[in-house]
Design a protein around this ligand. Structure first.
Ligand code: HSE
Length: 438
């Protein structure tokens, strides 16, 4: 029977890195969790692909099953914890759980980012609790503070380092001058970069997380497909060196800004001043910098992945649902059904860093400046370094409309004196706060 008197029964869907961490913490922190949840938590059944696969923590194989039906149809389960990852079969199982009015805690960013609308619509009909703290920022308490603690403010902007793999690679390239391949291999050896790193290094993982943050913060449903995305593959060690000389660092940032009825949402390598709070977030750490109209600037920092940090976030959700069993969810999140109007990337106003390799002869700089001027792009700083017969020009623009900058870039590529434009990186300023703290 559900809602049993003496304990809260958990159905664990998946038992890999996160799932075995969840199981481990339920045993290890039994008394703390009992006090927090109001009753002991008991893992009743665990869905796995293979009971014998190696896991970071020991798990009771007696309660493992390989048929999803054996977990889903267990009427005694109060809360389902989905930590399988990927879209299917996780999505079908989640819909099944929610459709029947049962409760779901998930760490799965892909189903929330891509199918949040469907899941929230169903949950609003059935009264299911759906929680997904671990889907963004791993162990960092983020979703609940943004949704509840900051529910009384207008959030203007979020800038996040939400992918630990790319932050580790960029930090390593920057601090040790490592090549990209070397830094990636080190991240793989340490176990936090996947053997196929595409989703991380090309920014897909960050775009999924940003889509979730946008929905929570701006009360609109968006999907990762609408978010402009660039990964870190084009960032060269020389750019990190140049950035340092200019007083910047380069981070893969997930940025979302509320601009009247539009949302500017983008993931790309970004130069930020070395004095910005995000600049000192190194290694595989995550940090999310938020600007609220009234609260001002906040930063959430911690482990964005890993077995026990992520399991902690999952258990926080389990405790929250356990304490609210029998009550309606705090938010039905019906706002997820409203469309987000995403601002086209070409209309974004930002600054740019650009490197040009040019022929070193009189008049070259004037021709380059002419192309920028013709496209309404104003330059903030220009540095020239001679390298044999050619020269390297490193420049930073003032704030420009992105489409104007791109027109200028096209124009520059056509100049016979420009040999190559090896790098273009967007630059964000350090002065974020528009809050009224009076
Ligand atoms: N692959 C992600 C990262 C962790 O490197 O941050 C899972 O979201």
């Amino acid at each position: 029977m559900r809602g049993s008197q003496d304990c809260i029964n958990i159905g664990l869907l998946g038992c890999g890195t996160i799932g075995s961490g969840v199981y481990h913490l339920i045993q290890k922190n039994y008394s703390e969790l009992t006090e927090a949840a109001g009753k002991p938590l008991k893992v009743k059944r665990i869905l796995v692909k293979d009971p014998y696969e190696p896991r970071p923590f020991e798990v009771d194989r007696e309660i493992m099953v390989t048929d999803p039906g054996q977990v889903i149809s267990d009427e005694s389960i109060d809360i389902f914890v989905e930590v399988m990852g990927g879209i299917q079969p996780a999505l079908s199982l989640a819909l099944d759980i929610i459709s029947s009015g049962r409760h779901l805690v998930t760490a799965n960013k892909e189903i929330i980012a891509n199918h949040g609308r469907e899941l929230m619509a169903k949950a609003a009909q059935t009264g299911s609790h759906v929680r997904f703290e671990a889907a963004v920022g791993g162990g960092i308490p983020l979703i609940r503070p943004l949704e509840e603690s900051l529910g009384g403010d207008n959030i203007l902007k979020v800038m996040g380092i939400v992918n630990g793999t790319t932050n580790y690679i960029l930090s390593k390239m920057s601090s040790e001058g490592s090549a990209y391949d070397q830094a990636l291999a080190e991240a793989q050896r340490l176990g936090f970069a996947e053997s196929d790193p595409t989703a991380d290094v090309e920014g897909f993982d960050a775009a999924s997380k940003l889509a979730i943050l946008c929905s929570i913060l701006f009360k609109r449903g968006g999907t990762p497909r609408e978010i402009y995305r660039e990964g870190i593959l084009s960032v060269r060690p020389e750019d990190l060196e140049n950035a340092r000389e200019l007083g910047f660092v380069v981070k893969l940032l997930a940025i979302a800004v509320r601009e009247n009825d539009l949302i500017s949402a983008r993931v790309h390598p970004t130069m930020i001043p070395d004095s910005h709070p995000l600049a000192s977030v190194n290694g595989n750490f995550n940090a999310i910098f938020v600007v609220g109209e009234s609260v001002g600037e906040l930063m959430f920092y911690g482990q964005g992945a890993g077995s026990l940090p992520t399991a902690t976030a999952v258990l926080g959700d389990v405790v929250n649902v356990a304490r609210n069993l029998g009550r309606p969810p705090i938010s039905t999140r019906t706002y997820w059904l409203r469309d987000a109007s995403i601002k086209p990337i070409g209309d974004t106003v930002t600054r740019f860093y650009m490197v040009l390799r040019v022929i070193d002869k009189p008049g070259v700089l004037a021709r380059i400046a002419g192309v920028f001027g013709d496209n309404n792009v104003s330059l903030e700083s220009v540095v020239q370094k001679g390298i044999g017969d050619s020269a390297q020009i490193i420049l930073i623009t003032h704030e420009v409309i992105e489409s104007n900058f791109m027109k200028a870039k096209n124009g520059l590529e056509k100049l016979d004196v420009v040999l190559e434009i090896p790098s273009v990186i967007r630059v964000e300023s350090g002065s974020e706060s528009k809050s009224q703290n009076a």
